[in-house]
Design a protein around this ligand. Structure first.
Ligand code: IPM
Ligand code: MN
Length: 368
């Protein structure tokens, strides 16, 4: 298979975790006979520094042309004082908007070997496996923003709004995901207070008729946060707005052990984009302390979802589970008794497991 992947390392720990993921994609190409051409472009604060804009035209153009995009993280204290529309984050938001990536999928899985770092462990909750489908190209992130002066006081506003088609397209994706999984969909809104949520709820309810095999429940976002903590096993697929999805996915990441573990896929119309959900973690950057797991799982998600390479995706996930089972941990997920290693060594161990798995694959077959 011949594919082009644009790498957008970005800021903070972004370059460290993307170089880990790129190495593994290189291994994948070598072992399975694919031709992946990886090209790196600036985004975020790094792009501001080099090109004066957080999303340079060359970066956007390369993303449009590529088969998939892999992004690290954007943002950092150096750029925190800039106006919102010039901050590193605005580059990522514009990229999502320009490519019409209106769906963001965040798989939340409690990995067997990481159960003990999860706050669920004392409750012996074993199986957490759900997906958050976050609307990504609308809502309050893209509504009118502004500041004004009224009666001598400064006032700022951000407008939350959704149209029926915007809700429909993301909800259909979520219904389909649920139909292919355990057939339960939870739609999360704040329809007891917000007009945009009333529209969200009625639209999702109407679509339910097209998916009779999927059991739909509606939850208010405050209750959804509670339910995630007290009974996460009830969830299969969650669909929600841009802002609620941003918040609930960090909560869900905390539930399964660390924000460093969760990958994501943004898709819709243009080139699909894969990125870990963690931020640029400036306090960890350049110290070999970053957790590469979110980025590595973003690479396996990319292979599975964008290129339909299920065996290759499983190969990476199996190697990751093997490294964890041997006790290697980056500091964020380390516990007494573990072997604490830096990002570089973690990735070296993983690549070693990848090679061993290939040998097994050659002799026993995969059984995928
Ligand atoms: C995320 C991030 C972004 C978001 C930021 C960096 C703009 O928090 O992908 O979850 O809020 O969407
Ligand atoms: Mn976020």
């Amino acid at each position: 298979m011949k594919r082009t992947i644009v790498l957008l390392p970005g800021d903070g720990i972004g370059p460290e975790v993307i170089s880990a993921a790129a190495a593994v994609l290189g291994d994948c190409a070598a072992e399975f006979g694919h031709e992946f051409s990886l090209a790196e472009f600036p985004i975020g604060g790094t792009a501001l520094d080099c090109c004066g804009t957080p999303l340079p035209p060359d970066t956007l153009e390369a993303c449009r042309e590529a088969d998939a995009i892999l992004l690290g993280a954007v943002g950092g204290p150096r750029w925190d004082d800039l106006p919102l529309d010039r901050r590193p984050e605005s580059g990522l938001l514009r990229l999502r908007k320009e490519l019409e990536l209106y769906i963001n999928l965040r798989p939340i899985l409690l990995r067997e070997s990481l159960r003990s770092v999860s706050p669920l462990e004392p409750r012996r909750i074993r199986k957490v496996n759900f997906e958050i489908v976050r609307e990504l190209a609308g809502g309050i992130y893209f509504g009118a923003h502004g500041t004004e002066r009224t009666n001598g006081a400064e006032r700022a506003y951000d407008v939350e709004g959704y149209s029926t088609p915007e809700v429909e397209r993301v909800a259909r994706f979520a219904f389909e995901r649920a139909a292919a999984r355990a057939r339960r969909l939870s739609s999360v809104d704040k329809a007891n207070v917000l007009a945009s949520s009333v529209l969200w709820r009625t639209t999702v309810s109407r679509l339910a008729a097209d998916y009779p095999q999927v059991a739909l429940q509606h939850l208010y976002v405050d209750n959804a946060a509670l339910q995630l903590v007290v009974d996460p096993q009830q969830f299969d697929v969650i669909v929600t707005s841009n802002l609620f999805g941003d918040i609930l996915s960090d909560l869900a990441a905390g539930l399964v052990g660390s924000i460093g573990l969760i990958p994501s896929m943004s898709c819709g119309r243009g080139t699909p984009l894969f990125e870990p959900i963690h931020g640029s973690a400036p306090q960890l950057a350049g110290r070999d302390l970053a957790c590469p797991i979110g980025a590595l799982l973003s690479a396996s998600l990319l292979l599975r979802e964008a290129f339909h390479l299920e065996t290759e995706a499983r190969w990476i996930e199996a190697a990751l589970d093997q490294v964890l089972a041997r006790g290697y941990r980056t500091p964020d997920i380390a516990e007494p008794g573990n072997i604490v290693v830096g990002c570089t060594e973690f990735v070296a161990r993983l690549r070693q497991e990848l090679r061993q798995l290939v040998e097994q694959l050659d002799s026993y077959g995969w059984g995928v």
